[in-house]
Ligand binder design. Sequence first.
Ligand SMILES: NC(=O)c1ccc[n+]([C@@H]2O[C@H](COP(=O)([O-])OP(=O)(O)OC[C@H]3O[C@@H](n4cnc5c(N)ncnc54)[C@H](OP(=O)(O)O)[C@@H]3O)[C@@H](O)[C@H]2O)c1
Length: 344
Amino acid sequence: MKFPETIDTEALLEDVLSEPGTGLVEMMKRLDGDIMILGIGGKMGITLGRQAANAIKAAGVCKRVIGVSRFSDAAGKNKLEQWGIETISCDLLDQAAVKALPEVKNVIFMAGRKFGTEGSAELTWAMNTIVPGYVGDHFRQSRIVVFSTGCVYPLVSAGTCGCTEQVPPAPVGEYSQSSLGRERVFGHCAKAYGTATLLLRLNYAIDLRYGVLHDIGQQVWNGQPVNNNVGHFNVLWQGDANCYALRTLELCASPAAVLNITGPEIVPVEYIAEAFGRLMNKTISYTGISADKCYLNNAGKAFRLLGYPQVPLEQMIIWQAQWLMLGGSSLGKPTHFEVNNGKF
Ligand SMILES: NC(=O)c1ccc[n+]([C@@H]2O[C@H](COP(=O)([O-])OP(=O)(O)OC[C@H]3O[C@@H](n4cnc5c(N)ncnc54)[C@H](OP(=O)(O)O)[C@@H]3O)[C@@H](O)[C@H]2O)c1
């Protein structure tokens, strides 16, 4: 796809995020069976589902995409149905409802809980460990890609180049611990039932309505001090994240495979803030003390297996600055990327 110079409407943003990435159309020609996306109703799932549907159409194959969620946001459900994605309303905490879901060859598991963990950790543990047990049991004959997070790794300094898959998990705080719990439950199912599984450790998707660039850019645009508590991070265009997630259906294995996905750069907060300052003609000030230890993910293995992302960081910075200056919408869901004590 030739990317637009400016993304100035939600419709165009969703088109770009849903454009099949490199290799996806060819994969759809090879992949057997239908695709079910569990937890499709969130920030990423809507365009992941649509990217899958677009790739299937471009491949000229016949394959159902089925989106499962509670659909707290009815607008998301309507959009999916308009784009040809079947929907099933289901609370995955209800085991009988999970057992009633149709069995499919391919499952992408996106449901989870992060924010609100402080003060209500029980629900986070239930969502992130009990639901995987229900899903892993019911879909034992499927291949399953499980969205996880780079937060299962220890916090490290930028000089390490980020954590590769070889770094043993050392999660800080209950969200990260329960995320490792999710991996362990799916890992158990992969071993016990032979289910082909892949654990996808993602660090920070960028969709102009939310994300680390949105959060920093909003502070710059509003003339607020930029929070520099966590000095470095890595990010990945959400369209690229969606494409990697779908393509990893072909990399599922038993015992479960593990793959990091993020962008190739370790990005200093100050670099991004200053870039926004130049584009927005704003002066930058900072708050917080830049800590040496950050959540940093090294996705070298994914680049070797699947290639580099299509949207470079510098393009994301420009699109994000334009979006904010044009008054583009915000989901009002801060990433809290500045948190480095595991309390979400
Ligand atoms: N976005 C990122 O940058 C990022 C980074 C690292 C990891 N991840 C992980 O990747 C996954 C997808 O990310 P996301 O940003 O799209 O997450 P999200 O916005 O939290 O979406 C997950 C969706 O799962 C659905 N869900 C939650 N509880 C459910 C339940 N009991 N039954 C059925 N559905 C339920 C919810 O939609 P309904 O209200 O419709 O049920 C929710 O919106 C998540 O697990 C997230 O933690 C994301």
